[in-house]
Write a protein that binds this ligand. Sequence first.
Ligand code: SF4
Length: 270
Amino acid sequence: MEYKAHETGWNPWHGCTRISSGCKHCYVYRQDEMYGAAVSSQCRRTSSYDLPIRRRRDGSWKIPSGSVVYTCFTSDFLLEDADPWRQECWNMIRRRSDCFFIFFTKRIDRLAGCLPGDWGEGYDNVMIGCTVENQDRADFRLPIFRALPIKHRAVIAAPLLGPLDIAQYLEGEIEEVSVGGESGAEARWCDFGWVLDIRRQCVEKEVPFCFHQTGAHFIKDGRQYNIPRDHQKSQARKAGIDFRMTENGIPETAGYDALEKNLQINLHDL
Ligand code: SF4
């Protein structure tokens, strides 16, 4: 993942277990295989575990104030294996209220049991993205997601594996719906018609919508296309179908830009 100015990644642990069909070609496994790393299903704490509270020699934070911190993108923040470590992470997130933390999860049903004692209605500096890949997982996860106290929410429909009817879940405070196909040689097909239909639902509910990448195998108007990795984001952008997104890739409704002017949130790189 590449980060822009003010963006950084924090992976306190690495490795994950597959939980639903969206995990079939998980990029964590693919990357680990590519680099011959240890078994991806064995979650382990990383050497960056305490990165948010590390300082440089001059005493300044290693992660500068105002940063957007993409959290736990080589695992799932709510993974069971990480239960003993998570509270310390919440402490760090609370301490760094000058930064904005974003994590995506396929385990939203675990969130209520994983929240810190002072969570209340949610931390101002945390966005949680609920990932759904098909109708079955949307119907399971999104009602749970909507009922939870969270200050900033996104729905991540990726890898999109079929048509989705999520209109009923878009009422309320969803700051963005971000849609993408699957990458990798064995990627499953993503149909542009599914993407457009989700966009229609977002437009009807006035929810910001972003088409962040096509995936490797893409169908448009009944024709099949193989899209090289380097072009998957640019091809999605070329479709020009984002709705209520600024040029910086920030949803118009986002409340988190109050943290710092010019703060750039970019879910497209994920
Ligand atoms: S939850 Fe995410 S990180 Fe974990 S196996 Fe599934 S796709 Fe991979």
